[in-house]
Ligand binder design. Structure first.
Ligand code: BG6
Length: 486
């Protein structure tokens, strides 16, 4: 690994994202020697007392969020030497900005990363203050979290505000799914294996499923989540990015511009869902109390502490990409909280062979299926039809070629945030989202939300610990296709 040096300011340094994801990611980067001890990590906290007690808070959270084989108290101690908390109300200009300025490296050209782990509503004012305080040097980059905005209009406003202070090439819009090694592997798989390259289109593929199921509920983010819902929180970004990687043409080169241009073409080709199509091709759900692993878990409204809410915690969508490669191939997307199992996967369902040599008496033909499990249990499975070798007469049997990444790679561990922060430090934007992608994704999402708001429908209820509402099953089964759960 190459070693780099940078100053990183975590605005919202005491928040959940910083303590749960960003600090452990930085610790991992430091522990493996990816950046050196001239780097500075500057979490800002609004409250002076919290800033004063930050070392203690951080020590506890590192122990909590790093696994026991990662956590080493000596490494943690030296990592904490780089952490320089700063008390700052980022919306107000006062003396405290000066103390932030003093924390930067004396080298005026050292990379400065401003990580916005704060609500989007204050991105603009933060940038303005950074600029007024002359903190943006020639090597400054800003990292912004998804979802950007609440819809296309608010996303544009936020992007415009940031653009006043930072060039597009210094804006790193993060989608941590793109930092997952298994997600990047999608491109390697598609573009380095002729067996897939040749079959990756409407001639051979019947449909694609992309699903991310979570077992967690609100995780203390009720305020944010109830305003957002699963469509904005997961589909607008993570699911559409996965769809882009599955569906895009091969980029001419592996640089950021070429990859982003191909992803954008997919987003532009998404068939818009409007009006009655939204009712026919989308399902939204909300969990009610149910059983998970033998325990009774509360429903969404109980977790939220509100008598009613129309926010969806589950979405399923049947989408189409109107281009040459994917004509008439449905992409079924689904995501939900409090589901039966945690799993993120892509299923490529191939078509049947064009002519059946074997008749039905030798067993059912099961068309090939490629299952790419992104997490947990990262693996690739390819189902093939074979002759059952255990019996004399001819019987066919589907078997699975199974590539399990933890068997193939020792110490396979992926930390998306670590990887992405190091990419920001190295000024490599290939795994970050261009403004045009954000706009285009919202253009597809906005009419769905509009229709949901207009229709009298409320979300379909599903039990926590299940695979979602029955309407999601119907959405795919009415096409004689089935969700691959598990
Ligand atoms: C985040 C969403 O972007 O992704 C969360 O805001 C969700 O609601 C999380 O839980 C899922 O990420 P992962 O990496 O745990 O699959």
């Amino acid at each position: 690994a190459t070693t780099t040096v940078f100053d990183i300011v975590l605005f919202g340094g005491c928040g959940d994202l910083s303590l749960r994801k960003l600090m452990p990611a930085l610790y991992r980067g430091y522990a493996e020697g990816s950046f050196d001890s001239n780097s500075r990590i500057i979490p800002t906290c609004r409250d002076a007392e919290t800033a004063a007690g930050y070392a203690e808070i951080l020590a506890k959270s590192l122990q909590q969020f790093l696994s026991s084989d990662e956590y080493d108290s000596a490494v943690a101690d030296s990592f904490m030497q780089l952490v320089m908390p700063c008390a700052l109300d980022i919306t107000t200009v006062d003396e405290r900005w000066k103390s932030l300025h003093k924390l930067f490296s004396k080298d005026a050209e050292q990379s400065r990363i401003f990580y916005m782990a704060v609500p989007p509503a204050i991105f603009g004012i933060t940038c303005e203050n950074l600029s007024q305080q002359k903190m943006i040097n020639g090597q400054s980059r800003i990292v912004v979290e998804k979802p950007i905005g609440y819809d296309g209009v608010t996303a544009s406003a936020i992007n415009d505000e940031i653009a006043r202070y930072f060039d597009e090439k210094s804006i790193f819009r993060i989608d941590h799914y793109l930092g997952k090694e298994t997600v990047q592997n999608l491109m390697a798989l598609r573009f380095t294996n002729v067996i897939f390259e040749q079959l990756w289109d409407a001639k051979s593929i019947d449909h694609v499923q992309i699903s991310i199921s979570e077992t967690v509920g609100l995780e203390g983010r009720a305020g944010f989540y109830d305003n957002a819902g699963a469509l904005r929180d997961m589909v607008q970004n993570h699911l559409l990015q996965l769809l882009c990687l599955v569906a895009m043409e091969s980029p001419n080169k592996l640089d950021a511009n070429s990859i982003r241009a191909e992803k954008l073409k997919v987003l532009e080709a998404l068939r818009p869902l409007t009006g009655a199509d939204v009712d026919d091709y989308t399902v939204r759900g909300q969990y009610v109390a149910g059983e998970f692993n033998g325990d009774l878990v509360p429903g969404y409204l109980e977790e939220l502490g509100k008598p009613s809410s129309n926010t969806e915690t589950f979405v399923a969508i049947k989408a189409h990409i109107d281009n040459w490669r994917w004509s008439k191939v449905p992409f079924y997307l689904s995501t939900g909280k409090r589901m039966k199992a945690r799993s993120a996967k892509i299923v490529i369902q191939f078509k049947e062979v064009s002519h059946r040599v074997y008749d039905g008496s030798v067993g059912q033909m099961t068309p090939n299926q490629l299952i790419i499990k992104l997490q947990p249990g990262e693996s690739i499975q390819l189902s093939l039809m074979t002759k059952d070798l255990t019996c004399l007469e001819t019987k066919l049997k589907p078997v699975s070629l199974n590539l399990n990444f933890s068997d193939t790679y020792d110490n396979f561990k992926s930390d998306a945030y670590k990887r992405l922060i190091l990419d920001v430090a190295a000024n490599n934007p290939a795994l970050f989202i261009h403004r045009d992608e954000v706009d285009c994704a919202w253009r597809w999402i906005d009419p769905i939300i509009e229709q949901w708001q207009q229709s009298a429908h409320t979300p379909d209820l599903y039990r926590a610990g299940s695979w979602g509402p029955s309407a999601a099953k119907t959405l795919i089964e009415q096409d004689d296709r089935y969700w691959f759960n598990g």
